[in-house]
Design a protein around this ligand. Structure first.
Ligand SMILES: Cc1cc2nc3c(=O)[nH]c(=O)nc-3n(C[C@H](O)[C@H](O)[C@H](O)COP(=O)(O)OP(=O)(O)OC[C@H]3O[C@@H](n4cnc5c(N)ncnc54)[C@H](O)[C@@H]3O)c2cc1C
Length: 383
């Protein structure tokens, strides 16, 4: 079996533990390493080939860290891993960029009904707030923005990232969340995956090349990785996607890097990132004279104060029940004052755009059902 097939077969096996009462090891990473250690004993290759195969497997571990948005697959819980679902069909890339999705949604809303650059400082619920101009009418929820402006509401849907909630939930929601929800926020995982774009004057890759995978020959999943971020952060960058078509984008590679190394990268200057990745490309191509990229651009999701990472995963010690607990509206009866949406609240599509979108529809439907109780108009949940 080829190395790629071996890894995907083992990864498929990790999904079979769903609903099992017990798992032999807590994390996806530990399971994969245990199985690989078993397999290696049966390999009949010479030592050099064995090491190369292990080095390639290590690349796939790092790739999986990007997919799960985690530092290490040892942080990703094995039991619930099979609950994550792939949306059938091809990946959809928005022609004008990701902004095309919200732009499209905005077209159906009245102008100026969405406020930008308006960070919320606190959501107060369970109260009785009265608007000066609206005598007699009270609202249970008050939203106070960082600029001091306040809004009263019957309902709010909170869609801030789990990373933001991890850092601020104790002050962001008042009165504080019930213990079950606060525990879910603490226990679920929220890591970092960043993109680094490198633009070249001329491509060094062949015209039909779509993907460049980086393998460090001295690495193995069975050997503990070094922890010196300064000396080796760039080794975590594991794949370069070639942006197509070049007529539209120029000669651009998009690298992916996850985990603590990615967070360290965010602290460096553009020039330092460009220097380190130029060295990587010189090693990769065996050509120390290759011209460096003319431009670098990257995301910095961990440093972004309203994000604090990329997306959620089900960490060791948590389960899909934590996702459902996070999605549970407040208060815990039928009053629906504070509702929760966003990717981290979708039990099977967490970490994705479609998960975020569906969770928003779910909460919209929940509110619609509250007001539209007649059987003939009963709103059917979309998913
Ligand atoms: C590198 C990378 C690659 C990805 N690739 C894919 C992919 O290929 N396919 C896919 O489906 N998904 C992908 N995703 C994941 C996808 O982008 C997210 O799952 C999705 O954006 C989550 O949407 P959301 O609405 O839950 O959260 P977000 O998009 O994070 O939106 C939350 C919003 O809340 C705002 N906010 C935070 N705090 C406050 C506050 N106090 N007041 C007001 N606003 C606040 C934030 O500024 C932000 O705009 C990728 C993500 C990353 C980082």
């Amino acid at each position: 079996m080829g190395v790629r097939n071996l890894f995907s077969t083992l990864l498929d096996q990790t999904r079979e533990f769903l609903h099992m009462p017990q798992v032999s090891v807590p994390s996806v990473g530990e399971y994969l390493r245990k199985e690989i250690a078993q397999q290696v004993k049966e390999w009949t290759d010479d030592d050099e080939t064995k090491w190369l195969k292990l080095a390639i497997l290590n690349t796939y571990f790092k790739l999986e860290c990007c997919v799960s948005g985690t530092h290490s697959m040892d942080h990703v819980a094995l039991g619930p891993f099979g609950e994550y679902a792939m949306l059938p069909g091809l990946d959809c890339t928005f022609p004008g960029g990701y902004g095309g999705l919200p732009d499209c949604m905005l077209t159906s809303l009245p102008k100026e009904s969405v406020l930008f650059h308006k960070p919320v400082m606190v959501v107060r619920w369970g109260g009785s707030y009265r608007e000066e101009s609206q005598e007699g009418r009270t609202f249970p929820v008050q939203v106070e923005c960082e600029d001091g402006e306040r809004f009263l509401a019957d309902h709010v849907i909170i869609t801030v990232p789990l990373g933001f909630l991890k850092e601020h939930h104790e002050t962001f929601i008042d009165p504080p969340l019930p213990p079950r929800k606060a525990d879910a926020i603490r226990q679920l995982g929220f890591g970092t995956n960043n993109k680094i774009f490198l633009e070249f004057e001329q491509p060094f890759w062949p015209p039909d090349c779509q993907l460049i995978e980086v393998v460090w020959e001295d690495e193995s999943p069975l050997v503990e990785a070094g922890t010196d971020l300064q000396a080796s952060w760039f080794r975590k960058l594991i794949v370069f996607l070639v942006l197509q078509p070049p007529e539209r984008y120029g000669h651009v590679l998009c690298g992916f890097i996850a985990g603590k190394e990615s967070e360290y990268m965010e602290t460096l200057s553009d020039a330092a990132v460009l220097r380190a990745l130029t060295d990587v490309i010189h090693k990769l191509t065996g050509n120390p004279h290759l011209a460096p990229p003319k431009k670098v651009m990257r995301s910095q999701w961990h440093s972004a104060p309203y994000t604090r990472g990329s997306y959620s995963y089900v960490a060791v010690g948590s389960s899909g029940d934590d996702i459902d607990a996070l999605a549970q509206p407040l208060p815990e009866d039928a009053l629906l004052q504070v509702l929760f949406a966003g990717e981290a609240t979708h039990r099977t599509f967490y970490s994705t755009t479609h998960g975020a979108l569906l969770s928003g529809w779910r909460e919209a439907d929940r509110l619609l059902s509250l007001y539209d109780t007649s059987e003939s108009h009963q709103h059917k949940p979309r998913l």
